[in-house]
Design a protein around this ligand. Structure first.
Ligand code: BGC
Length: 266
């Protein structure tokens, strides 16, 4: 079945690399006009926008720190200026600042919660305001708007040495479900994706050689994920093919969240 997002506008935060860049590319390939948000890496986001435009799509790159309210307001205003509407938000920006809890600075706690959780709230709020004003765009989508929160297996699996990150992802689960409960009667669809170990440029080192073998013990399906494993699901969740999917988290993790250590054990 062919998925078409023609005449729809998607905003992807954290789109300069990894899952964000892959999702933006896939949304554009499905026909959506795409806003590529970046924070510090303007170059790669602008390059990707160029690539999409050169291949017949429509894309622009906009810088904004999603943890800052004013930046987020400007990001959404510039999105409307450029494309006139918004149908899909992929709230993807996220970062890690790892340390044992006893050594973790308040700054590193606040930075991670600020981007990963507050940032997703600010972006969702801005998108919801647009969706409310606009309602269902007849002939474009059955929903009045779609939000996809990028979570992690660590919304479920505790992760020693990463308490700020795990807490932010646990928070996304309730953020997403509460927003979905609050808005689904308006035909707004909000869901999350919880990726497991996905190979990206940023984490390549942790997924090579001996490290990869160690990691594979946590993945019953026996391989590390690719960006496309997630990007394909983003496109599906953004499309009417998933029109009855509301307030749920799709784990894309090769079975990592099945607690494989319990196989033949416990
Ligand atoms: C993290 C990855 C990690 C994976 C599984 C993800 O949320 O971003 O660095 O490999 O969870 O632990």
């Amino acid at each position: 079945m062919q998925i078409s997002l023609a005449r729809q506008v998607a905003l992807v935060t954290g789109a300069s690399s990894g899952i964000g860049a892959g999702s933006a590319k896939a949304l554009a390939a499905a026909g959506a006009a795409v806003v590529l948000n970046f924070n510090s890496s303007a170059g790669p986001a602008e390059e990707l926008a160029r690539e999409i435009n050169d291949s017949g799509g429509r894309a622009i790159a906009i810088g904004a720190d999603v943890s800052k309210e004013q930046d987020v307001e400007r990001l959404f205003a510039e999105t409307l200026d450029a494309f006139g509407t918004l149908d899909i938000l992929v709230a993807n920006s996220g970062l890690q600042k790892d340390a044992a809890a006893v050594d973790m600075s308040l700054d590193d706690w606040n930075t991670v919660i600020g981007v990963n959780l507050t940032g997703q709230f600010l972006c969702a709020r801005a998108a919801l305001r647009i969706f409310n004003r606009q309602g269902i765009r007849q002939g474009v989508s059955r929903a009045a708007g779609k939000i996809i929160h990028m979570s992690s297996v660590h919304q479920r699996i505790p992760w020693a040495g990463h308490v700020n990150y795990a807490a932010s992802k646990g928070g996304i689960d309730q953020l997403m479900q509460t927003l979905a409960q609050e808005t689904s009667h308006q035909r707004i669809r909000i869901n999350s994706i919880a990726p497991g170990a996905i190979r990206t440029a940023i984490n390549r080192e942790a997924m090579e050689g001996e490290k990869e073998q160690q990691l594979l013990q946590l993945i019953p399906y026996g391989r590390v994920g690719d960006v496309d494993d997630v990007a394909n699901a983003v496109v599906w969740l953004a499309s009417d093919l998933s029109d009855y999917v509301v307030g749920t988290t799709l784990f894309i993790d090769g079975g990592m969240s099945l607690y494989p250590g319990f196989r033949g054990n416990g």
